[in-house]
Design a protein around this ligand. Structure first.
Ligand code: ZN
Length: 153
């Protein structure tokens, strides 16, 4: 399983929960849009989304509707544009997801691991007096660059 696939599965599950909770119908078009966000993990402007969606025979109004639902479900979010371009961009909202970070104790470099066996293991744990919504896990050690530097010294 690739990271992107598992990211899509997780996002798709969250969307499913949101749809069920709000009594909405399951829409194929929303799933296609969601997959676009999960594949490549890039930012999308509305114009880009519309043009990409049109290739899948999804009309503009449906794209707007799907964006609203995905934003409300906090699966995607609006990211404020950095440059001079004032176009609204959307990206996958990963803050609500489980996180596993690796931090190098030498240089402070942080890398993120996504949905490995560990995430599943921790995520499926049940506690009698606590309901987990998400978790963060940090693994400390030495990164590849620092290890290489040590080896050449
Ligand atoms: Zn390092």
């Amino acid at each position: 399983m690739t990271h992107q696939e598992s990211g899509y599965k997780q996002a798709s599950r969250r969307l499913g929960q949101y749809i069920a909770a709000h009594g909405m119908r399951v829409s194929m078009e929303r799933q296609i849009l969601l997959r676009m966000f999960c594949t490549g993990r890039r930012k999308w402007t509305v114009a880009e989304l519309v043009s990409q969606a049109e290739k899948e025979h999804i009309c503009r109004a449906t794209v707007y509707n799907a964006l609203r639902v995905l934003t409300e479900a906090e699966i995607i979010r609006v990211c404020s544009p950095a440059g001079a371009s004032r176009k609204t961009e959307y990206e996958l909202n990963e803050t609500g997801q489980n996180r596993i970070r690796m931090i190098c104790t030498k240089c402070g470099r942080q890398t993120e691991l996504k949905d490995t066996g560990i995430a599943r293991l921790v995520g499926e744990k049940k506690y009698s007096n606590f309901v987990m919504s998400r978790f963060e896990l940090t693994v400390y050690g030495e990164c590849k660059v620092c290890r290489k530097m040590k080896a050449t010294k």
